[in-house]
Design a protein around this ligand. Sequence first.
Ligand code: FPP
Length: 274
Amino acid sequence: MATALRTLHQAPTPPPLPLSQIPDHVAIIMDGNGRWARIRGRPRLAGHRAGTENLRHIIERFADYGVRHLTLYAFSTENWNRPRREVRGLMAILSQVIKRETKHLHGNGIRLLHIGDLSALDPRLQRQVREAIELTRDNDRMTLAIAFNYGGRAEIVDAVRRIVTHGIPPEQIDEHLFAAYLSTAGLPDPDLIIRTAGEMRLSNFLLWQGAYAEFCTTPVYWPDFDIHDIDEALLAYSQRKRRFGGLLPDETDYPTPRNSKNGARPQGRNGRKT
Ligand code: FPP
């Protein structure tokens, strides 16, 4: 009822801001569901459920901005350490979100992907996820990747194991090949990582891929995160100067090497980025 009233009184959605720079890939650490519930005297799962009500609007808003890839961190490899009831509840929520949202995503040209280890989930849930991915596979307006049972370290260890299993000789292993063994293979690195609820850490999210991501935090708890918070994050991003360890053309004192992207050596001194 409260949600219905809120929807009824909602002002029309303002148009996207005209921004000079839009990230190709935004990744979000959705945090604060538990705190959102606690301050309302409600169980934690109510916070997680509330954290699914904004999904449709949020996905649409990013798509309206022309963001081509959106990754949502919904369940980490460490979240198994939570009480069994909460873990079961989060699994049920994933299933409900897929049931409720797949048709809508498909109708809006959004391709669904999963990153992480699906094999540990209930076989019915695995099938549901696979079917949604299959249904939406040819959509090209935006790719939505759900990180569920995802952990950056586990992903890196798994990549190393598969590279060894495939007998790849060491001299063939470079950053490009390694990235192709991650569960994000085919996705660009995130340009912007947003974390809600005020914490300032990565929590094992996209450790490899986030090497040069811009980071943005907001004190807003995830269930309250809305299109205005997206506008704010994208505005902040549009004002960032991205150097990838190099310098921008107007920052250099010396002539720039011809093969450089931003004005510095492509790999920085000693082959390291800084
Ligand atoms: C972190 O909040 C949030 C999670 C562990 C779950 C996120 C899941 C959803 C928003 C719902 C499912 C969404 C999809 C896309 C399937 P927390 O519980 O750590 O909050 P706290 O730090 O305040 O306790």
